[in-house]
Design a protein around this ligand. Sequence first.
Ligand code: B12
Ligand code: SF4
Ligand code: SF4
Length: 368
Amino acid sequence: MTQEGLEQFINKQGWSMFGIAKFEDIRKNLIKHEKIFQEWFKKGYGADMDYLKRMENDRYHPERKLADIKSVIVLGANYYDGGSDRGSNRRSDRGSNCGVAARYSRGKNYHKILKKKLIELSDFLKSENPDAETYISTDSGPTADRVLAESAGLGFFGKNTCIIDPSRGSFFFIASVYTNIELPETEKRRMPNCGNCQKCMKACPTGALIAPGKLDARKCISYLTIENKGVIPKNLRSKIGNRIIGCDACQEVCPFNIGRAHHQQIAIDKLKSENGVGDSLDLKEILSIQSDEEFQQKFAGTPLMRAKRRGLLRNACIVAGNSGIKELNANIKKIIESESDAMLKEHAEWAFRLLAPNKNQNNVTRND
Ligand code: B12
Ligand code: SF4
Ligand code: SF4
């Protein structure tokens, strides 16, 4: 197989970038990061994402998944679709009756889309070399995606913990293919670093970036609104602002994104927001979803499925409470009256108190 042939195939699939590295080099980086991960998780920064711990061995020792790995292809798929940066917790942005969806969630379910492409790429490798064996993974699979991307030269670790391509920014998904065949390494660019910049750390609404390159998931809006299945701590609710799923604050302020991400295009159609849920969700519509079936009908095949009805309605209650739009209280009231789920009910009651007409007389604050 020629490098040109492989490159053509990858480009035709719509990936925005790729790199190929020798597994020996990647292994060294994985071992370094395994220690950082262990320390991070031990300190509780991984919240209740126990699956990360369960996958630890496979993530940092991929030879458990495929013996005799020689090369790793790491791919990036841009998901920045232009549009405005709408997530906010400023008072002036209150009043909108929509919740903002983080950019990664605006198109169709990237897991499925990227996995299909990885299978095709894997089949291509096998058709070119009958001895080829592969192991593919993205996001939810047992791979340390950012470490692989750094090792293969896709970008550098920013203080916001994202992998940043110096000329394209950080709004891209990462996926990879391990293979037992030796592929020609791609050239590595000289990578910059963040230097003295700390914009992401200052912009994080909840202070989740506790040190450069260190994120405490227990405070991160992305964790709280997607992965967390339970109560969102009251002291963080107002900081969520209008973000109904995920958060982009630490990427939107990044100088490597400003003016650069805007020039990027989504080559994989299904990742475009016009083919998914788009950049914002109508709060009344979300608050009125009465059953899991209805939720499924609306959002099957989108990244919102991860939060489930329960999680999305919980988030919608918080955004509604933060919005100050009193007319949403009719929808909130219905949840309080009809919902049997205690967690959801509590969030609705919180929003109801905030939106109540006599709120000021009762001195209700967002931390109550
Ligand atoms: C768990 C997880 C989360 C958790 C925890 C995030 C985190 N930072 O760990 C939560 C739910 C919060 C989350 C949020 C998001 N996620 Co996420 N997530 C993952 C997952 C499954 C594992 C990440 C992980 O290993 N964390 C463990 C910790 C220890 O690693 P780390 O935070 O990256 O820390 C490293 C660096 O900080 C570096 N480091 C250490 N010391 C220092 C010091 C300095 C100075 C620097 C600069 C760096 C540095 O080493 C650390 C260890 O490797 C990966 C997919 C995968 N299979 O790998 C996706 C992944 C990281 N997520 C992704 C995305 C898109 C997001 C969101 C943007 C979604 C959103 N808009 O809401 C946010 C971004 C928030 C953020 N700033 O990270 C992409 C990132 C793509 C990219 N270009 O970087 C990934 C790779 C999924 C994918 N395959 O595309 N995510
Ligand atoms: S995703 Fe949002 S809450 Fe999480 S670290 Fe970045 S800015 Fe902070
Ligand atoms: S905002 Fe600044 S510090 Fe944060 S990741 Fe971007 S360049 Fe690095």
